[in-house]
Design a protein around this ligand. Structure first.
Ligand SMILES: Cc1cc2nc3c(=O)[nH]c(=O)nc-3n(C[C@H](O)[C@H](O)[C@H](O)COP(=O)(O)O)c2cc1C
Length: 220
């Protein structure tokens, strides 16, 4: 797939077919992402892929914590407020996605259901977790973002869907414990990955972008 088409047609997939992606393809996707640039070529990323019974078990732990009302303790805090223009943009996206699904995504009950769907990896056969050492600073978080985007684009080029999920970092302590990752690592992001269920309406929603002239200034 041509690069510009790949970037412009990637979208978050929130319903997957149960079919496993072969390990060789997953390895190729991760290897491609490793070619992302990083600060001083530090390559500050570590990847865990969880599948099968282990993935189900982890889902069960996360859903139990949610049901018990356990407060999320992600390694990177959730943004609690946004500047007004960004808040408006976020609300607009939520409203449009909610309208498509016929639900109010801001209602507490729907929010809980939607978190549970996140914790079920949206039905994906694999969950990817990105970590790095907690001593690393913002530049390494930036690098992790580049790695995540490369990973998602490489997957898309293979006809494989992904969704990046901050929610999968809610219970970082328990995720690390379950995956056998040292507590000193920072859980940066979770990504569900698998073949997209193209029939499901949730995957028909395409987000929009602000007009380029609103974010671009020319100084000549
Ligand atoms: C850092 C990050 C965290 C995200 N966390 C979640 C999440 O927890 N759950 C979810 O369903 N989508 C999550 N998303 C997906 C965004 O909602 C999505 O990228 C955005 O609405 C734009 O849509 P698109 O990916 O289809 O272009 C996240 C995206 C990013 C980049």
């Amino acid at each position: 797939m041509e690069a510009i088409e790949c970037i412009k047609t990637r979208m978050s997939i929130r319903k997957f077919k149960p079919d496993l992606v072969p390990n060789s393809v997953l390895t190729e996707i991760i290897n491609t992402a490793q070619w992302s640039p990083s600060y001083k070529n530090s390559q500050p990323w570590e990847v865990v892929i969880v599948s099968g019974k282990k993935k189900e078990e982890l889902s069960g732990i996360l859903i139990r914590l949610l049901k018990e009302g356990e407060a999320p303790q992600p390694d990177m805090p959730e943004a609690l407020s946004w500047p007004p223009d960004i808040a408006e943009r976020i609300n607009e996206t939520m409203k449009k996605r909610g309208a498509l699904l016929g639900v109010d995504l801001n209602s507490p009950e729907i929010k809980k259901k939607s978190k549970a769907a996140n914790f079920r990896f949206y039905g994906a056969p694999h969950g990817i977790f990105l970590f790095h050492d907690s001593s690393l600073n913002e530049w390494s978080i930036f690098d992790a973002g580049l790695f995540a985007q490369s990973l998602m684009l490489a997957a898309h080029a293979h006809g494989i869907g992904t969704v990046p999920q901050a929610f999968l970092t809610d219970y970082s302590f328990e995720v690390k414990q379950f995956l056998g990752i040292q507590e000193s690592k920072r859980l940066v992001l979770g990504i569900s990955i698998g073949y997209p269920d193209t029939e499901n309406p949730i995957n028909t929603y395409r987000t929009t972008r602000v007009e380029t002239d609103k974010i671009l200034r020319w100084i000549e």
